[in-house]
Design a protein. Structure first.
Lengths: 495, 87
């Protein structure tokens, strides 16, 4: 029996790996050997591909594993999540459409070249800002990528009944992530995301329903049991009393803004074929991100009721699946978790390799490089970064949510500098640079020295300081022509 | 050109949703949730937030269909891109 289950598990795993390789390979039919095509598909994605690549990229291993851990730790304070499910989708339209329009006018294809471009009148200050953005994007996203790999390596081990060791799982996952990205850039990533987005939605919802039904005879029974035994988990401040009003507000502000600013999310603003496609992709994204979690409260509370003192709650999903569902089904759902992790990790790898190529290599190492040369350089970066992710992964950091919050805090501090030139003519490069640097310093201080002062998260502190600095310094520095040009152009189009 | 009526309605709904899903309003709702953890068999706290944000998602979909200004923006940008490509 044990051997049969291991065979089933390994077959499902490798079936999934094989499917991803085939889909990635099929995408190369439309490949052009240019860095624009590799980084953004040249802006050719339709509604289905764009919304599913955005959604699948957005929802990571945290969606499958971390959410249950979150509810286990903080109860339904977890549903602070709803803010960072809906608001980034609206930002996809409000901010993304404007960034898309600027990319059509000025040819932006990356994270740093956007800020360098909109603030170009600032000369060396704009270049420095591009470097800061590239460093922040590189550091935080790479850490985030390693987390995806970690969560998944554990699942490989569970599904294969130990045949695939943790280390082997890590290597398989990283090789697959590198291969997909290397083979077809954003197009291959988006195509595989489309398949994975559908798969993870079906697998996760079925998994939640089955576990809750098998453990307590139905979802409503889980809630009734929770109301009797663990009622404090059904409202704020949650089991540990952590979700006070300041924590509630500052957490969603940090994660919402931070996720909007993640390079792998931002780069998707360039990938839509038209504004109509971006608009509808944004609407579907809001629904997908939110309703993926429709049965998560049932799963999370089931975990808390059955394993109230489990020390590593992020690992409870596979445990519940194996205990309450047939092995083949459990392996199927866990393959959905692999899909969630891979769809985020390959997008992150792609975004960081684009940053290094477009924001570092081209401007500072080989300014006269042509499209084809940059295409090959970016593919090399994919391989090198994959190796770095592997090294980080073997250090095994702790709970997903803690690290996710640290990463998003860092990118949230860039929000004012990136978004101001879309709406405000007075924003200047000096203000943006000061805002980004001081914002990051405050995030570091409130993360490591004075942890979350006044129960407000480090990301919110970083964002508040970055915003104030941007406004004040902009008012005392000379307006810049390039920002005025961008805002005037956007006002002409968007009103 | 300012916000159109459709945009104003949509953004107002978003702002109201943010207000409704945060303190102090959420604190009042939370007090009710302590007394009544379940409503129709599901957690009251979760249900409240789910309803608030479902209204936003539905409004977003309706706005995408109905807001004429968004459609005009789509046409305008197509013209600009086309001009650039032809130029």
């Amino acid at each position: 029996m044990e051997e049969l289950e291991a065979f089933v598990g390994v077959t499902i795993l490798f079936g999934w790996v094989f499917l991803m390789v085939i889909v990635a390979w099929l995408s190369t039919k439309y490949r052009k050997l240019s860095v624009v095509d590799f980084a953004t598909t040249g802006g050719t994605l339709g509604i289905l591909t764009l919304f599913l690549t955005y959604s699948a990229t957005y929802h990571s291993a945290y969606a499958f594993m971390g959410t249950t851990g979150f509810i286990h730790t903080h109860g339904l304070a977890w549903w602070d999540n709803v803010h960072w499910c809906v608001l980034p989708a609206i930002a996809f339209w409000v901010i993304g459409s404007r960034v898309w329009a600027l990319s059509k006018k000025y040819g932006f294809i990356s994270y740093g070249d956007y800020v360098r471009g909109v603030y170009r009148s600032g000369g060396s200050t704009a270049i420095a800002l591009g470097i800061v953005a590239a460093i922040v994007g590189f550091l935080f996203v790479l850490l985030y990528t390693a987390i995806q790999a970690l969560g998944i390596a554990y699942l490989f081990n569970v599904i294969s009944k130990g045949i695939i060791t943790f280390e082997m799982g890590l290597v398989i996952f990283i090789v697959l992530m590198v291969f997909i990205t290397w083979l077809g850039g954003l197009r291959a990533v988006a195509w595989t995301d489309t398949v994975q987005g559908i798969f993870m939605l079906v697998a996760y919802i079925l998994g939640c329903i089955w576990v809750a039904s098998a453990a307590f005879g139905g979802i409503f029974n889980v809630f009734a049991e929770a109301a009797q035994k663990i009622p404090e988990g059904l409202y704020l401040p949650g089991f540990k009393g952590a979700y006070t009003p300041p924590m509630w507000v500052s957490t969603w502000i940090t994660i919402t803004l931070g996720m909007i600013m993640m390079p792998h999310v931002w780069i998707r603003y360039y990938a839509g074929k038209s504004l109509r496609i971006i608009k509808w992709a944004a609407v579907f994204t809001a629904a997908y991100l939110t309703y993926l979690y429709i049965f998560t409260p049932a799963l999370g509370l089931t975990a808390k009721l059955l394993y109230p003192d489990y020390p590593t709650p992020d690992k409870l999903v596979p445990i519940l699946l194996l205990e309450y569902t047939p092995f083949a089904f459990a392996a199927f759902v866990m393959a959905g978790a692999l899909a969630a992790a891979l769809s985020t990790a390959d997008s992150q790898l792609h975004a960081v390799s684009t940053i290094l190529t477009v924001d570092v290599y081209k401007p500072f190492i080989k300014p006269d490089a042509d499209e084809r040369h940059l295409y090959h350089v970016e593919r090399w970066f994919v391989i090198v970064l994959g190796a770095i992710v592997a090294l980080i992964s073997f250090t095994k950091p702790g709970l997903f949510i803690t690290i996710l919050a640290m990463a998003t805090a860092g990118t949230a501090a860039l929000f004012p500098a990136f978004v101001a030139p879309l709406f405000w003519k007075r924003a200047t490069s000096k203000a943006a640079l000061a805002s980004a640097i001081l914002g990051e310093i405050v995030v570091a201080l409130t993360t490591f020295v004075w942890k979350n002062p006044l129960s407000i998260s480090s990301g919110a502190w970083g964002f508040i300081v970055a915003l104030l600095v941007l406004i004040v310094v902009s008012m005392v520095t000379k307006p810049e022509k390039s920002v005025e040009e961008c805002v005037t152009f956007l006002k002409t189009v968007f009103g | 050109m300012g916000l159109s009526l459709g945009e104003k309605i949509f953004y107002t709904i978003v702002v109201l949703a943010i207000i409704a899903s945060n303190p102090p309003i959420l604190s009042f709702v939370n007090e009710y949730c302590e007394a009544h953890p379940l409503t129709w068999g599901v957690p009251t706290f979760w249900l409240y937030l789910e309803i608030v944000w479902t209204i936003v998602i539905a409004s977003f979909a309706i706005a995408a269909f109905k807001v004429e200004k968004w459609k005009r923006i789509e046409e305008k940008i197509e013209e600009i891109i086309l001009k650039k490509e032809v130029g």
